[in-house]
Write a protein of this length. Structure first.
Length: 93
């Protein structure tokens, strides 16, 4: 994905105490981008329905029978691949 491809260009060169805070913020940014691209983007792709933030204009109706479940994602840094799996969801309402 284009967003994730640019992360390698992010650098922190300040070695002062202020730079330490910048380094921590940069690491947090890296984690958030990775989560957004790897899990949220790829996890929403197979859904053939709209659910919460995973909106699909091409599938306007919910499909609780097939998609009332949690999406789990694992990222393998060595291969750069995401594995998806699902866990049943227990409705609370």
């Amino acid at each position: 994905m284009d967003v994730f491809a640019g992360i390698a260009e992010v650098r922190v060169s300040d070695r002062s105490m202020t730079g330490t805070a910048t380094l921590i913020e940069t690491l947090e940014f890296d984690n958030l981008i990775a989560q957004a691209v790897r899990h949220d983007g790829l996890g929403a792709e197979p859904h053939r329905e709209p659910r919460r933030a995973m909106r699909r204009e091409d599938y306007p109706d919910r499909d609780d029978q097939n998609w009332m479940k949690h999406t789990l994602a694992w990222f393998d840094d060595a291969t750069g691949k995401v594995a998806l799996d699902y866990r049943q969801c227990t409705p609370t309402r």
